[in-house]
Ligand binder design. Structure first.
Ligand SMILES: Cc1ncc(C[n+]2csc(CCOP(=O)(O)OP(=O)(O)O)c2C)c(N)n1
Ligand SMILES: [Mg+2]
Length: 350
């Protein structure tokens, strides 16, 4: 099956691009990162992976219901981008950004209560994913209607700009959501008004069962930046340090100049759209090929090569995260569901 050439080398000044048809380039080593920060990136990626695996188990056990949308394959894009923001910047995540929630300092149990729709959760039990806003962490997400969060994020930084603040907003869209009208309206508004908005396109090859080949006809989604008069880059979305560095540069440039950026992170959705979907429409050769590019495995090897961890230490870290996720899920599943009137309170004025 043909996929779009987001995998071709890009020409906009970043050091690498990567995709399923290209040879796997060695991981980028960013001079902007200390080894301590590398360990933090790695830890967040592992947390995200273990969170997803635990939620998938819970779904199969009938303890999680609704949509369980994993971000397996997307950890580098999610964590690397969120890590580039300052604490005061605004984060507007989408449905494959658990790693970003952890990076913003969200507590595991707080997230699980929301994901498992329990009483006392931020969405009061009306949500099964990450549609919450946590103002204390400047996390505002996610608007389910694909594309709609882009103008909202643009509006957020427009208000901040009017108050004389130097806040940057980062938001996300998939390869499918990038084809909505609001993508255009949001990016055009941000570019014309010089609003410091960094948009991450998580190109994971599919929108539900639709491959890139039926979604768009341009070469790279970041090429659209030219039309808006903003910055653009297409990069290997499985390389966390490359994602971090590209985003960090875009964030700081946007903060300084008000020029927005579109950063397309090319990766692969390694599961179905959500766990109810067996993704049998994805060729198995494609999955096998992308398994070689697993962002967590690649960075694990780098940790070992850099002697930041031994393989045994990583194994024990993974094991303790698995246990932590499992016991947190047990704890949260034991909590009551909210009373049904709670749902109404979020919709109607009492
Ligand atoms: C405007 C709109 N149309 C359709 C949907 C239903 N929907 C939710 S996620 C999704 C697929 C999104 O694909 P993509 O943007 O590539 O993101 P991915 O799930 O692959 O990360 C669809 C069609 C929606 N939420 N909003
Ligand atoms: Mg997609």
């Amino acid at each position: 099956m043909a996929t779009k050439q987001a995998s071709k080398p890009q020409t906009n000044g970043t050091s690498s691009s990567n995709g399923k048809t290209n040879p796997i380039a060695p991981l980028h080593t960013s001079s902007l990162l200390s080894n301590d920060e590398r360990k933090q990136l790695f830890h967040r990626m592992l947390q995200a992976r273990e969170f997803d695996l635990a939620m998938i188990r819970a779904y199969k056990q009938g303890r999680a219901f609704g949509g369980v949308y994993s971000q397996i394959g997307n950890e580098a894009a999610s964590v690397g981008s969120a890590f580039s923001l300052a604490a005061d910047d605004a984060y507007f995540p989408m449905h494959r950004n658990v790693g970003g929630h952890f990076t913003r300092g969200q507590e595991l149990r707080t997230m699980l209560k929301n994901f498992l729709a329990r009483e006392g959760s931020m969405m009061r039990g009306t949500d099964g994913t990450g549609h919450y806003a946590d103002v204390s962490k400047k996390v505002y997400g996610n608007v389910s209607h694909l594309g709609s969060m882009i103008p909202v994020a643009a509006g957020y930084v427009m208000a901040a700009k009017m108050r004389g603040e130097h806040t940057v907003a980062m938001t996300y869209i998939g390869d499918g959501g990038a084809q909505t009208g609001e993508f255009h309206e949001g990016m055009n508004l941000a570019s014309v008004q010089r609003l410091p908005l960094v948009l991450i396109i998580e190109n994971n090859q599919y929108a539900y069962s639709s491959p890139n080949s039926v979604e768009f006809a341009c070469e790279r989604l970041s090429d659209r930046a030219l039309g808006y008069g903003c910055k653009g880059a297409t990069i290997d979305g499985t390389d966390v340090e490359l994602v971090y560095e590209t985003c960090k540069n875009a964030v700081e440039e946007a903060r300084k100049t008000g020029i927005p950026a579109i950063i397309e992170c090319v990766t692969m959705r390694m599961r179905g759209h959500a766990e109810h979907d067996d993704f049998s429409y994805v060729p198995s050769t494609m999955i096998q090929e992308w398994q070689q590019r697993d962002p967590v495995d690649r960075y694990t090897q780098k940790m070992i090569d850099l002697k930041l961890y031994t393989a045994a230490e990583i194994e024990s870290l993974r094991k303790s995260l698995t246990e932590e996720m499992n016991s947190a899920i047990d704890e949260v599943v034991a909590l009551p569901f909210p009373a049904s009137e709670e749902g109404r309170k979020l919709v109607f004025v009492q």
